[in-house]
Design a protein around this ligand. Structure first.
Ligand code: GRG
Length: 322
């Protein structure tokens, strides 16, 4: 067993996640420039967008994958921070009035509300360009691997990734499950896919491991998005908001029971891929288990049943959901 894996056996899974989350947040705080002068307004906005209370799921998945591959967390730390910067930039852009027009993010005023639209756009650009600098400059990794990783990050963010996903979300068809699933894969899945495949590139894994972990990232991303939609829908139902209070998504199209079933299918497939391609992993599995626990907690199950009853659809959720 590689030494990095053996030494981790000393920490409990929850401690392991807390340890790495703190390490990510410390490194993020070092990587974004401090506001020094008049131009500091935009640095301050970048820091507000990046350092707010996020879950850091994508960097944690990256570090966990690196550890599971027998590498260290530190070797991919800056690359993981780069991925989080792209995510933070995407949240700022997504919230703008011309996009999702959201006034709250992470329980706080969205960046364009607190800092103005102009500064929010500039802060997102600062984070996005900063991300590529950070990935290209991650000297712990071989230059050839970094070049591949920069390409993958660009593909994930660009016209065949987040940008396309957002376009489809704003302008695309939502008439059938396939269209909604491909939208979810682009808008949410790509960064989860990148989180699992970037460490494989970093450590020079075989093409089949890169492919297997990429698919695993897709599955985790799709499960994550379904859970997000289920949460939104149950919260809307509990608030007494109408069904159309939220945008049309897989939960509204399929109904909560079928959406929950899909969620479980993605989790099962992700677990199979992890067992094959990342057998020494603990952290990615732990993050996945947390997602499942969140989906199955009693209040979520009760709200799901209440919503289903309101929609007059039968709901059958897994035994563990009660
Ligand atoms: C090129 C950066 C870039 C973006 C252009 C605006 C845009 C295109 C894409 C938006 C993509 C987007 C915001 C998708 C939503 C994904 C999602 C479910 C976000 C919530 O993720 P969490 O829960 O957030 O991990 P925290 O707050 O924990 O970080």
């Amino acid at each position: 067993m590689p030494q990095a894996i053996a030494s981790r056996e000393l920490r409990a899974p929850a401690q392991e996640l807390a340890h790495w989350k703190e390490a990510v947040e410390q490194r993020l705080a070092q990587l974004v420039p401090l506001p020094m002068d008049d131009a500091g307004g935009v640095c301050e906005a970048m820091r507000a967008a990046l350092l707010g209370p996020g879950k850091r799921l994508r960097p944690l998945l990256m570090l966990g994958t690196s550890l599971g591959l027998g590498g260290s967390g530190h070797s991919v730390m800056d690359a993981a921070c780069a991925l989080e910067m792209v995510h933070a930039a995407s949240l700022v852009l997504d919230d703008l009035p011309c996009m999702d027009d959201a006034s709250l993010r992470r329980g706080r005023p969205a960046l364009h509300v607190s800092h103005g639209e102009d500064v929010a756009v500039l802060a997102a650009l600062g984070l996005l360009t900063g991300a590529f600098r950070c990935m290209a400059d991650a000297h712990e990794l071989p230059a050839a691997a970094r070049a591949q990783m920069v390409v993958l990050l660009a593909d994930s963010a660009g016209a065949c990734g987040l940008v396309r996903g957002q376009f489809d979300d704003l302008r695309g068809s939502r008439s059938h499950a396939g269209a909604l699933e491909s939208l979810n894969a682009l808008k949410t899945g790509v960064l989860f896919r990148a989180a699992l495949s970037l460490p494989a590139l970093a450590h020079g894994s075989s093409a089949s491991v890169v492919a297997g972990l990429s698919e695993c990232g897709d599955q985790i991303g799709l499960a994550f998005q379904l859970l997000d939609d289920l949460d939104d829908a149950t919260a809307a139902s509990a608030d007494g908001r109408g069904e159309d209070a939220d945008r049309f998504n897989l939960v509204s199209l399929l109904g909560p029971a079928a959406a929950f079933e899909r969620f479980e299918q993605h989790v099962t497939r992700a677990r199979t891929l992890l067992a094959t391609h990342l057998p020494h992993d603990r952290m990615v599995r732990d993050l996945l288990d947390r997602l499942v626990q969140k989906a199955r907690r009693p209040d979520a199950a009760l709200r799901l049943e209440a919503m289903s009853a309101a929609l007059e659809r039968p709901v059958v959720i897994g035994e563990g959901a009660r």
